[in-house]
Design a protein around this ligand. Structure first.
Ligand SMILES: Nc1ncnc2c1ncn2[C@@H]1O[C@H](COP(=O)(O)OP(=O)(O)OP(=O)(O)O)[C@@H](O)[C@H]1O
Length: 265
């Protein structure tokens, strides 16, 4: 019996055709077909086509306002395409999403342990007690991010770097096949960045599909094999050196240097 794969479709219209051309093969997690995303009258991204292969590790780069965050929200179905469609092997609940840190309310009275437990909602169910195996899973994740001993600390009492480690621990327990990270290194100290990069490398080794918005291009060059360069449209989507060259050319010219990307990541 063949493998039955569920594909989820975030489209601009329910009437849009589902891809029947084999674009969503077994080694592909997410496919974008001429996607435009935006807010009311503002277009953030237009004409983006390409695919994230299963197990790929991709950086999304581009200037401020290029549409990087909007693209992650489009992959999650939080922002619906105004044109085109997104095919995804997984439903949104099977994707781990780390928003920008400034979108998180750190004043909420919750301990490190309980905050990390939130990542289990999809496996345990909401309002259900976390049993012993999952408590061990939480303890392991907290240890993996180097915060053993902080289990009962309020998140408001953590430094910025420690809090980012806790947020990564929450992604760890979620154990999702797709991980979307929005600027995870922004404002974070170097030792923490190095530890978080090791966790990302671990997810990549586990064949998770990882997509990360990154501003530091040296980090991208050193740690991300694939890159999507965005500036309201795709500039380049492929091997990191080529995509960074396309971004640099865009920066010099102030205009896209290449035809809109149609990438396979
Ligand atoms: N909720 C919103 N309502 C209206 N416009 C928005 C909203 N969020 C983003 N935008 C606009 O969409 C465009 C893309 O924004 P987005 O945050 O995706 O860019 P970005 O590349 O992630 O930027 P940055 O690097 O500054 O985080 C921008 O012009 C922004 O002003």
């Amino acid at each position: 019996m063949g493998l039955v794969v569920s594909w989820w479709n975030h489209s601009s219209s329910c009437a849009l055709p589902f891809s029947g051309d084999g674009a969503g093969g077994p080694s592909t997690d997410i496919v974008l077909h001429g996607v435009a995303l935006g807010y009311r009258n503002a277009v953030a991204i237009s004409g983006l086509s390409g695919r994230f292969a299963q197990g790929s590790l991709t950086a999304i780069v581009g200037p401020n306002g290029a549409g990087k965050t909007t693209l992650l929200k489009g992959l999650l179905g939080l922002v619906r395409p105004t044109q085109g469609w997104v095919e995804c092997r997984w439903p949104a609940r099977a994707m781990a999403y780390l928003s920008q840190t400034n979108e998180v309310d750190r004043g909420f009275p919750i301990t490190v342990s309980d905050f990390v437990a939130l990542g289990l909602w999809n496996r345990v169910g909401s309002l259900r007690a976390v049993g012993r195996p999952f408590r061990q899973c939480i303890a392991d994740a907290i240890a993996a991010v180097g915060l053993q001993g902080f289990e009962h600390t309020w998140i408001s009492g953590l430094s910025g770097g420690q809090f980012q480690r806790v947020r990564f621990a929450r992604v760890l327990v979620q154990d999702a096949p797709v991980v979307l990270l929005d600027e995870p290194f922004a404002g974070i100290d170097t030792p923490t960045v190095e530890d978080l990069l090791r966790l990302i490398a671990r997810w990549h080794a586990e064949a998770k599909t990882v997509v990360t918005v990154v501003h530091d291009l040296e980090l991208v060059r050193a740690h991300f094999p694939r890159t999507l360069a965005l500036a309201g449209q795709g500039l380049s989507w492929g091997e990191t050196p080529e995509s960074l060259n396309a971004l640099a050319a865009f920066g010099r010219a102030g205009a896209p240097s290449a035809a809109p990307a149609a990438g396979r990541s």
